[in-house]
Design a protein around this ligand. Structure first.
Ligand SMILES: NC(=O)c1ccc[n+]([C@@H]2O[C@H](COP(=O)([O-])OP(=O)(O)OC[C@H]3O[C@@H](n4cnc5c(N)ncnc54)[C@H](OP(=O)(O)O)[C@@H]3O)[C@@H](O)[C@H]2O)c1
Length: 179
């Protein structure tokens, strides 16, 4: 069984990014890259990343001269547009997660899938029964508006908590849609 994890950082009021897709509030926070729930630990467990086009375009804008950060993983970008593909591991797809389940899981092989975001894509995966866990790092910031952590109505079960410098981290099991 392929495991799907939505691993992300959020403000205290549940935003992944500000209304202009800025992550300045996040990048200025202290974090221990060898501490609890470090990104390197996640990357060792995933064979596939999936993301929406806003997240992909944010990454492209901020790469500068750096290479694509996930060359070891297969990346599926959900979009209806013909975006630039900057690495052979990247594929543009459209439609529901369920429609692509077989190829996502084939690409993951024995590893997991990192649902990078945004929040509506994560909810689409949860609705399709393709989300097992959510790991949320809460930064000590309130923005008042922005891109949502999650859309729709779902229940989660808290499994674990930790602190990494500025961040309060919660690991949750996805229980399912409410009601
Ligand atoms: N705080 C963090 O750790 C973190 C993590 C992830 C992302 N972020 C940021 O949060 C923001 C998220 O942006 P967002 O809310 O707009 O979400 P997003 O998921 O990155 O992008 C949404 C777009 O993806 C495309 N899309 C979504 N589902 C699709 C489907 N089923 N089929 C085809 N296309 C689909 C649509 O665009 P088109 O069809 O028009 O291309 C949609 O407008 C970004 O600024 C990102 O950088 C932050």
């Amino acid at each position: 069984m392929t495991s799907y994890i939505y691993y992300t950082a959020t403000t205290l009021d549940g935003f992944l990014a500000d209304p202009n897709d800025s992550l300045d509030w996040l990048m200025t926070q202290p974090i221990d890259n060898d501490g609890p729930f470090a990104i390197a630990d996640l990357m060792a467990t995933v064979g596939v990343t999936v993301m929406g086009s806003t997240t992909y375009e944010w990454l492209l804008r901020h790469l500068g001269d750096d290479p694509w950060p996930y060359p070891e993983q297969r990346t599926f970008v959900f979009t209806h547009r013909d975006l630039a593909v900057v690495h052979p591991s990247i594929e543009l797809i459209a439609g529901t997660p369920a429609e692509h389940r077989a190829r996502i899981e084939e690409a993951a092989d024995d590893l997991g899938v990192w649902v990078v975001g945004g929040g509506h894509l994560a909810a689409q995966f949860a609705s399709a029964g393709m989300l097992d866990e959510m790991v949320v790092s809460y930064a000590p910031v309130v923005l008042g508006a922005g891109r949502p952590l999650f859309t729709g109505q779902f229940d989660f079960e808290l499994l674990e908590t930790a602190q990494n410098r500025a961040f309060l981290i919660g690991r949750y099991r996805v229980v399912g849609p409410r009601g």
